[in-house]
Design a protein around this ligand. Structure first.
Ligand code: CTP
Ligand code: MG
Length: 240
């Protein structure tokens, strides 16, 4: 029987938010941004463990977040790499995983992931080897270069990528190795690497509340939303 692990990526610096410290540590209604997803994953029934990937000079802080919010499920706190891809690789190398284990790779900058979405991701990754969360594009998306619009792809087929992205460990490990061998070191998501390695990736429908805090405005939105809700990891059964 394969085990399920979550890898929470918090190795970035949050430069676009432009606060005094990386966004994963900023306060969100009384707890750090990263604590929200750590608590939600820690409350997922059947989770074998969690890996936190953090800035290499801030691991003590990561350890204390693990102790406070991780419900004894954090098995490793690991330094991040120079890019998200590098941090993801470090998370994928942090434990003695079995080939068929399921890994959920999640951005710490997405505090509002729902437990149901995590369950669905795991089920789809079990069935298909790879699955990730997407929402349909609501804005028209344009392709441009040199300051001019070049194309308007049909919105019907466009999605915005969210996380978690979920894989059999062997599949995403091999995809990372293959990417590095071909000189790719800064992919912004793991699905890209799985696709390049020839795998099919199942689409799991996400929710618009699962935003990524990228800018100061996103942080303000997240704060006002967080004030009005209970964190998912607080009490309640998985089906609540
Ligand atoms: N991330 C990471 N290691 C990196 C870069 C990013 O683990 N070297 C993580 C971030 O901590 C975040 C997620 O990947 O949870 C998504 O990245 P992004 O939104 O780009 O976060 P930052 O890189 O921190 O922000 P910015 O690009 O604005 O500096
Ligand atoms: Mg970044």
């Amino acid at each position: 029987m394969s085990s399920i692990y979550a890898i929470i990526l918090a190795g970035g610096r949050g430069e676009r938010v432009g606060a005094g410290e990386p966004k994963q540590f900023l306060d969100l209604a009384g707890r750090p941004v990263i604590a929200w997803s750590v608590e939600t994953f820690a409350s997922v029934e059947g989770l074998a463990g969690m890996v936190l990937v953090g800035p290499k000079d801030m691991l003590a802080r990561m350890e204390s977040i693990a102790a406070r919010y991780g419900r004894n499920l954090v098995c490793a706190v690991t330094p991040g790499g120079p890019t998200r891809q590098g941090s993801s690789w470090n998370g994928l190398s942090a434990l003695p995983y079995e080939r068929d284990d399921i890994v959920l790779i999640h951005d710490a900058a997405r505090p509002f992931i729902a437990r149901e979405t995590i369950f669905e991701c795991v089920e789809e990754a079990r069935a298909h080897g790879a699955a990730a969360v997407y929402v349909r594009a609501t804005d028209t998306v344009a392709e441009g270069s040199d300051g001019f619009v070049r194309a308007i792809p049909s919105r019907e087929s466009l999605y915005y990528a969210q996380t978690p992205q979920c894989f059999r460990h062997w599949l995403i490990r091999e995809a990372h190795i293959r990417a590095r061998e071909s000189g790719i070191d800064s992919a912004t998501d793991d699905v890209r690497l799985a696709l390049d390695a020839g795998h099919r990736v199942r689409i799991v429908p996400g929710e618009s509340r699962n935003i990524k805090i990228t800018t100061a405005f996103d942080l303000a939105v997240a704060r006002s939303y967080a004030e009005g809700i209970e964190p998912e990891g607080e009490g309640g059964s998985p089906n609540a």
